[in-house]
Design a protein around this ligand. Sequence first.
Ligand code: ADP
Length: 285
Amino acid sequence: MRLILLGPPGAGKGTQAQRLVHKHHIVQLSTGEMLRSAVATGTPIGLQAKDIMASGALVPDEIVVGIISDRLDQPDMKNGFILDGFPRTVPQAAALDELLKKKHIKLDAVVELRVNESALLNRVETRVAEMRARGEEVRIDDTPEVLSKRLASYRTLTEPLIHYYSERRKLLTVDGMMTIEHVTREINRILAAIGAVELKAAAPKPAKKLARKPAKAAASKSASPAGKKAAKTAAKPAKAAPKAGKAASKGAKKAKKATAKTGRKVAKKAAKKAVKKVTKRRAKR
Ligand code: ADP
C-alpha cells in the first residue's frame, strides 16, 4: 500500500500514520521527522533547514524531493509506505509523480484529514503539554506564533494539492474531527473500499463468499462493470461516500438485473447512469 497523508499541522497525520504502519506493516516517511533528525545530527541538510524550520517556513523543494527520492530506493519500501508531510507544494507533487513513474511505483491514494482550523491551536497546545509531561523535548516550532505561520503556508502552498489529487482521482477525504479511533477506522474502511487493503472487521460486511476479497474485487464479481466503476466512484471522496454509495449500489443492482436480461451492453449503460448520478450530485454541492 502506498499512501499520502494530507492535512494541516495538528490534523493528526503523524498519529494516523503510525497506526497505519502498525496495522499494514508499511513504512512511514515523514519529511518533518527526517529533517528534524538531520538538524539534530548537524548534517549539511540539517544546517540548511534549521532556521527555516524554526520560523515555520518551508524547506526548499529540491531538498525534500532529494531526501524522498533516496528513501524510496531503500529495500524496506517494498511492502509500501505512507508519506506524511510530503508533498507539501504543487512542484513537490509533480516531482513525486515523476519519481514514482521512474521507479515504477503506483500510488494507491491520498488521504486528506479535514479539520476545523479553530481546533488546531488547541490540539498543538495539548501535544506540547503531553510531551512536556512525558519529559520529551518540545518542537521549537510548536508555539502559537510559529503555528500560525505554518498554517498560513499550509493554506497557500499545500492546500492546492487537494485539487491536484482530486483531479487525478486519488483523493479520499476523511473527517479528522472525529476521535483518533474513528478516524483510523474510517481510513481503513475507505482503503478497503478502493481495494488498497484487505477487507477486515472495520469495513462493511460483504457477501459471505467474498468475505476476504478486497472491495474492488468483490464489486467486480457481484455486479460486472457497474459495480466496479460505481464502487470506485463511491469511495472518492470519502465524504460523499454514504450518498454516493447508495447511488452506486442502486446502479450495481440495476446492472446485475440487466446482465441477466440482455447481457453486457445494458449493464454498461446502467453503470454509466449510476456514475453519472454520483457525478451530478457532487457537481450540485
Ligand atoms: P507539521 O505538519 O506539523 O507542520 P512537520 O513535522 O511535517 O510538521 O514539518 C515540520 C517542518 O519541517 C515544516 O514546518 C517545514 O519547515 C519542514 N518540512 C517538512 N516537510 C516538508 C516539505 N515536504 N517541504 C518543505 N518543508 C518541509
